[in-house]
Ligand binder design. Structure first.
Ligand code: NAD
Ligand code: IPM
Ligand code: MN
Length: 362
């Protein structure tokens, strides 16, 4: 039995509402296997900012460092400028803990709503690997001649050899392990430094993986193809900003933002990794108890997988799938009438009965 220390940061808006359901599922997992969790809650976010003038405790990063993983809801809420709230909490954690791999599965599970007709898992089954530490999110730039006629702002992208190579290599390793193709999405025609370099590094690393079939698309064409021919994509590697945008698009293909999960991984495991849904704090539905918790639950399942509980992680996904196929207990974004907590309860029930059935068979 291993005891994992989990830092829970519910955050803003619907963050706490969905995280509560994810924790429910993790607590059920504890009953079903020998995994043990010690949850520690951190009240950081926009309300904390309004009270304390900062998004997290001054030694927040040091406090988090001792945990095995971080489970985060969402950050950002009207009342605090987004660039402050995000840079001082979410993006800070990603950077400080060198979580340079952002894994975002875009898989159309059975029962999930898809805007495309005649489309299922055979067509939509991608694994996005988003660069998560630099690129367009380097945080570098300048604001010149403020308020003058020649006012000019610079937002600099940074693509280091190390940063570019490690994410592309990680993607090749993943594609090889999965026996799938790897698609690189870039924009070398217009971004004549950053993306030319990206394409060059991709070609270099590709030569070390002759067994992995590769494709390379420009980001504009790729966004069209994701809709028109999603089956072209298996493992995908792309830059920080492109990955951000394309995974919301992918989420729409695979059941909506309420179902889209993500993991921010530090592959060397020298720092904690962080698990969080792709969606934000959804101010438009916050406080109503109708947020879809499935994305947060799926992210929790990614955490189980990360700790080596692959089978249990798979069962959580199957439970999510069964709840959607049943269709009786779903939130309004999935055309249901259920509350957030009812969906969480149903996933836990299904998970428990699946486990009992498997045990009876054995
Ligand atoms: P959003 O993802 O919060 O919401 C977009 C739309 O999707 C809204 O209509 C919302 O109601 C819906 N939606 C999102 N999650 C849902 C769920 N679980 N169930 C049902 N519906 C859901 O994006 P936004 O409105 O652009 O951003 C709101 C705030 O969240 C901003 O401050 C933004 O910066 C922040 N944000 C944070 C994160 C994060 O913490 N990881 C991610 C994205 C956005
Ligand atoms: C995401 C979010 C963040 C990002 C924002 C809130 C900074 O949109 O996790 O997808 O752009 O990475
Ligand atoms: Mn995003």
């Amino acid at each position: 039995t291993k005891l994992y220390k989990i830092a829970v940061i519910p955050g803003d808006g619907i963050g706490p509402e969905v995280i509560q359901e994810g924790v429910k599922v993790l607590e059920k997992a504890v009953e079903l296997t020998d995994v043990r969790f010690d949850f520690h809650y951190f009240p950081w976010g926009c309300e904390y900012y309004l009270q304390h003038g900062r998004m997290m405790a001054e030694d927040g990063i040091e406090q988090l460092r001792q945990f095995d993983a971080i489970y985060l809801g969402a950050v950002g809420f009207p009342g605090v400028p987004d660039h402050i709230s995000l840079w001082d909490l979410l993006l800070k954690i990603r950077k400080e803990f060198d979580q340079y791999v952002n894994i975002r599965p875009i898989t159309l599970l059975d029962g999930a709503p898809c805007p495309l007709k005649n489309t299922g898992k055979e067509q939509v089954d991608m694994l996005f690997i988003r660069e998560n530490s630099e690129g367009e999110y380097a945080g570098a730039g300048d604001w010149l001649f403020k308020g003058r006629d020649n006012e000019t702002v610079l937002q600099t992208s940074v693509f280091s050899r190390k940063g570019t190579e490690r994410i592309i290599r990680y993607a090749f390793e993943t594609a090889r392990k999965m026996g799938q193709s790897l698609t690189s999405i870039s924009k070398g025609n217009a971004l004549n430094y950053s993306m030319v370099f990206w394409d060059q590094v991709f070609a270099e690393v590709a030569s070390e993986y002759p067994d992995v079939p590769t494709h390379s698309y420009l980001v504009d064409a790729a966004s069209m193809l994701m809709i028109k021919q999603p089956e072209r994509f298996q493992v995908v590697v792309t830059s920080n900003l492109f990955g951000d945008i394309l995974t919301d698009l992918g989420a729409a293909l695979a059941g909506g933002l309420g179902l889209a999960a993500g993991a921010n991984i530090n592959p060397e495991r020298t720092h904690p990794s962080m698990f969080e849904p792709i969606h934000g704090s959804a101010p438009d539905i916050a406080g109503k108890g109708i947020a879809n918790p499935l994305a947060a639950i799926w992210s929790a399942s990614q955490m189980l997988e990360f700790f080596g509980y692959e089978e249990l992680a798979g069962s959580v996904l199957k439970a999510i799938e069964q709840v959607m196929v049943e269709g009786a207990v779903l939130t309004p974004d999935m055309s249901g009438k259920a509350a957030t907590s009812e969906v969480g309860d149903r996933v836990v029930e299904v998970l428990a009965s699946m486990h009992a059935a498997a045990k009876a068979q054995a």
